[in-house]
Design a protein around this ligand. Structure first.
Ligand SMILES: *Cc1c(COP(=O)(O)O)cnc(C)c1O
Length: 351
């Protein structure tokens, strides 16, 4: 006997972006610079604290129905969870067995490795190609499950549904999880068009980035009703009341704010494109991002140096001290004014 389980002995917990005080411009966690939609404020004002004595809706039924209605799919194709991270955890528990292989890119969202370790899976990290793109051909014969972010993070590069389709078609018994945290800054649809044709596709999305609600912990999954039912079995075995009353109400209001979502996503994409051009004029290498962040470098200048110099100027960005990407920094999109300041500051640092 030991005081802790074998499960935690091998875990490699996720290291989130820092949240220090005294930073003037925070561009390190891909949060939105805009507030959530006005409907969220309105609904919060109607919440009666006395209702907190009652348990919340265990099935998050109304939230799921509101999401389904907005997307135009049937309600049994939607699962809801406390952010995509919780949904990814449930999915790993629901669909993968210890010892299974799980394939994902060498450069992608770090949480897939964390989950693979936690659940005793065999991580298989497939290198991005020389242009830092996911090459779907590399996954066609994978003898295990597949998960990646699309658009990918931290590169920001997206694949089309057409590019992803061969991966689903190659093996119907193999699950592909499409983590679409940034889909609203791209075409807004991701792999949705493939759902009716493929039962081995699970799409995971979050309110944290485009809905400007990272502080509320809301996400949803989209997939065949059989997959959704299995996610419910896991949820009801692990954390049956995974939503509180406030998140449920706010989540319904936010998903109904479709015009607002489009507006702030478009504004963010415009800021991103303008910032990208300004950085290219300063000889930075900038990937063609379809997200709310840019992944950039200036050859010969360390990413750690850029990170530290920006930090001294009160601007916080993300640096990953990892092979292949240690020269890069990832910069979340703030307001146009903040990005103007960022461009000026980095211009002074990386001359
Ligand atoms: C931010 C992010 C998440 C986590 O989102 P939460 O809903 O806040 O847990 C998941 N996947 C990717 C690719 C992300 O960038």
């Amino acid at each position: 006997m030991t005081l802790y389980s074998r499960t935690v002995a091998d875990a490699e917990p996720y290291v989130p972006g820092e949240q220090p005080k005294g930073i003037r411009i925070k561009l390190n966690q891909n949060e939105s610079p805009y507030p959530p939609c006005p409907g969220v404020k309105a609904v919060l004002e109607t919440i009666n604290y006395e209702d907190f004595r009652l348990y919340p809706d265990t099935g998050a039924y109304e939230l799921r129905a509101a999401i389904a209605e907005t997307l135009g799919v049937s309600h049994d194709m939607i699962f809801a969870g406390g952010g995509s991270d919780e949904i990814l955890s449930f999915a790993f528990m629901a669909f993968f067995n210890g010892g299974d292989r799980v394939y994902y890119p060498d450069i992608t969202y770090g949480y897939y490795r964390v989950l693979a370790k936690l659940f005793g899976l065999e991580p298989r990290e497939i290198p991005l190609d020389a242009g830092f793109r996911i090459n779907v051909d590399d996954y066609l014969n994978a003898d295990g499950h597949i998960v990646f972010a699309n658009p990918n993070a931290p590169t920001g590069i997206a694949l089309t549904a057409g590019e992803i389709e061969p991966l689903l078609a190659a093996n119907p018994d193999r699950l592909f999880i499409s983590d679409e945290a940034y889909v609203h800054f791209s075409d807004g649809k991701g792999c949705e068009s493939l759902l009716n044709k493929y039962k081995n596709l699970l799409i995971v999305r979050t309110y944290s980035k485009s809905y400007a609600m990272a502080g509320m912990r809301i996400g949803y999954a989209l997939g065949d009703p059989k997959l959704i039912n299995i996610l419910d079995r896991v949820k009801d075995s692990f954390n049956p009341y995974n939503f509180d009353r406030v998140s449920l109400a706010a989540g319904i209001a936010a998903v109904r704010g479709t015009d607002y979502l489009r507006d702030i996503s478009e504004r963010t994409a415009k800021t991103r494109n303008e910032t990208r051009e300004a950085l290219r004029r300063q000889d930075f290498e900038v990937f063609p991002s379809e997200t709310n962040f840019l992944f950039i470098r200036k050859r010969g200048i360390g990413g750690d140096f850029l990170y530290r110099q920006l930090n001294s100027a009160g601007i916080l960005v993300r640096h990953f001290n990892k092979p292949r990407i240690s020269e890069f920094i990832r910069v979340s999109m703030g307001t146009p004014e903040e990005m103007g300041e960022f461009v000026k500051a980095i211009g002074g640092i990386a001359r």
